[in-house]
Design a protein around this ligand. Structure first.
Ligand code: THU
Length: 134
């Protein structure tokens, strides 16, 4: 069963803590693990611009540090037309999310569009020819 509402609330809350003084584009993300836990994150920018990172990456890092390894659903939220995860974050999400996992893209008011992980990153890279997660 989807836990969209909780994920959206967690992502929105994390977004309020975004450190985005350079782009002024605050993003929040939240991931749900297969054992039912939710981890959230925001983007963290840096004066040396390429050194910043995305909200999805923060959420994934929090999940991994707490022992989570499998993402079953995720939400990204920003005040934007459609804040889909960047290419790098698609690869980072795909490391832990099977192809059928839902990634919901929201503005600050609610759901805009839902994607399957496999549609966000078709033919994604896997090491050693492991089974593709689609
Ligand atoms: N950003 C995210 O955190 N997630 C996305 O899905 C897209 C972009 C951040 C990176 C940067 O801090 C700001 O948004 C502008 O690109």
């Amino acid at each position: 069963m989807s836990r969209f509402d909780e994920l959206f609330e967690a992502a929105k809350k994390a977004r309020l803590n975004a450190h985005a003084p350079y782009s002024r584009f605050a993003v929040g993300a939240a991931v749900l693990t297969d054992d039912g836990r939710i981890f959230a994150g925001c983007n963290v920018e840096n004066a040396s611009f390429p050194e910043g990172w995305c909200a999805e990456t923060t959420a994934i890092g929090a999940m991994v540090a707490a022992g989570g390894r499998r993402i079953v659903e995720a939400v990204v939220t920003a005040d934007a037309a459609l804040c889909t995860p960047c290419g790098g974050c698609r690869q980072r999400l795909a490391e832990f999310a099977p192809g059928e996992a839902s990634v919901h893209v929201c503005d600050t008011g609610g759901l805009m569009k839902s994607f399957r992980m496999a549609d966000l990153l078709p033919a994604g890279f896997v090491l050693h020819g492991e089974d593709r997660k689609s």
